[in-house]
Design a protein around this ligand. Structure first.
Ligand SMILES: Nc1ncnc2c1ncn2[C@@H]1O[C@H](COP(=O)(O)OP(=O)(O)O)[C@@H](O)[C@H]1O
Ligand SMILES: [Mg+2]
Length: 318
């Protein structure tokens, strides 16, 4: 089968003065899939989106988006894409409904009133549709912004950190919208700082680090690569060494001690190590257990493992 790419970039470069924001971005997003561009603050995610949506011109490299060359035919690219993100396009003086109708008219959508009502409904904004957008909460504005970018049924939708700072209800609306878009065949490229979000939504993840894609794979690939962190918290120092022995034997990994908390843990990629099994084994060895946990890797773990650089926050002990 031949894969068609909705986004295919090679060596995209962007400088801002002395800041080298993109250092050769290679990205391939298969048509009809959701790609999660994952990375910490400053990795170059927004710059990548602004280039790929023709808001900025690249200093080097090339890309095709929705079948058109980014630099040679930006107008054709623009006709096929939708974009929403950190540069909200909503007019606060207009109501939610007026905003959407304006977009519908601008883009010569057939049946603008019907399309507007359909999108208001889909994003839970029907009740608030007659209020000025300036009175909306952050989550409502974000939803309206996303609705506006969907007016035209784009082939490729770009979402720049669509849920950063949102309450869970708004976040769920947006997650649901992304799933529906995918079901309709839309290609979605979304940036996020949250591994969980990429895990929930993305078919493929591209991990960005300092202006480049450092790693690509499915969420399962990434997690299998990183494994999880199994930890036991015990009553005293004697129990700590027994627990360490059990963890070592179970996983073959070197235990890491946190003596202040009387805790010991290991990184493991063994899928058969479940929390019940962990508790059972520790219990069988007579370890007086206060707490046990098996947690998925954090974005920090991912970065540490794949790039050798800490992410935004510390956390992993040596
Ligand atoms: N307009 C700009 N002028 C100068 N530097 C910029 C500009 N936009 C982004 N940068 C810099 O480029 C790098 C990448 O930024 P950005 O693409 O916003 O990253 P992210 O979206 O992943 O947080 C950062 O070092 C940022 O400070
Ligand atoms: Mg950004």
């Amino acid at each position: 089968m031949i894969t068609t790419y909705a986004v295919l970039s090679e060596g995209l470069e962007k400088h801002f003065g002395t800041v080298h924001a993109l250092r050769g971005l290679d990205l391939a997003v298969a048509q009809g899939t959701v790609c999660g561009l994952l990375g910490p603050n400053g990795a170059g995610k927004t710059t990548a989106v602004r280039l790929l949506t023709t808001l900025l011109r690249p200093d080097g490299g090339s890309a095709r988006v929705a079948g058109h060359d980014l630099v040679r035919d930006p107008a054709a690219v623009r006709r096929r894409i939708g974009v929403t993100g950190q540069y909200a396009s909503v007019d606060g003086d207009l109501t939610g409904r007026q905003n959407l109708r304006l977009f519908a008219r601008l883009h010569r959508v057939r049946g603008p009133a019907g399309r507007t009502d359909e999108l208001l409904e889909r994003f839970g904004l029907t009740e608030a549709a007659g209020r000025k957008a300036s009175t909306y909460s952050g989550g409502m504005r974000r939803r309206l912004d996303l609705a506006a970018s969907l007016i035209r049924r784009p082939d490729v939708l770009f979402l720049d950190e669509p849920t950063t700072g949102l309450d869970p209800s708004s976040r769920n609306h947006i997650w649901q919208a992304v799933r529906e878009l995918k079901a309709d065949g839309t290609t979605v490229l979304l940036t996020t700082q949250y591994l969980e979000e990429a895990d929930q939504l993305a078919d493929d993840i591209a991990l960005m680090d300092r202006g480049r894609v450092a790693h690509t794979g499915s969420p399962a690939d990434l997690k299998a690569l990183i494994g999880s962190y199994a930890e036991a918290v015990v009553a005293d120092g004697d129990a700590l060494s027994v627990a360490a022995g059990v963890l070592d034997q179970l996983t073959g990994s070197r235990p890491v001690f946190d003596r202040e908390r009387n805790a010991v843990g290991v990184v493991t990629t063994d899928p058969t190590l479940t929390l019940p099994r962990l508790v059972r084994e520790l219990d069988a060895a007579g370890v007086p257990l206060l707490d046990a946990s098996l947690r998925p890797p954090t974005l920090d773990d991912v970065f540490l493992r794949l790039t050798g650089e800490p992410g935004n926050s510390k956390e992993l002990a040596a």
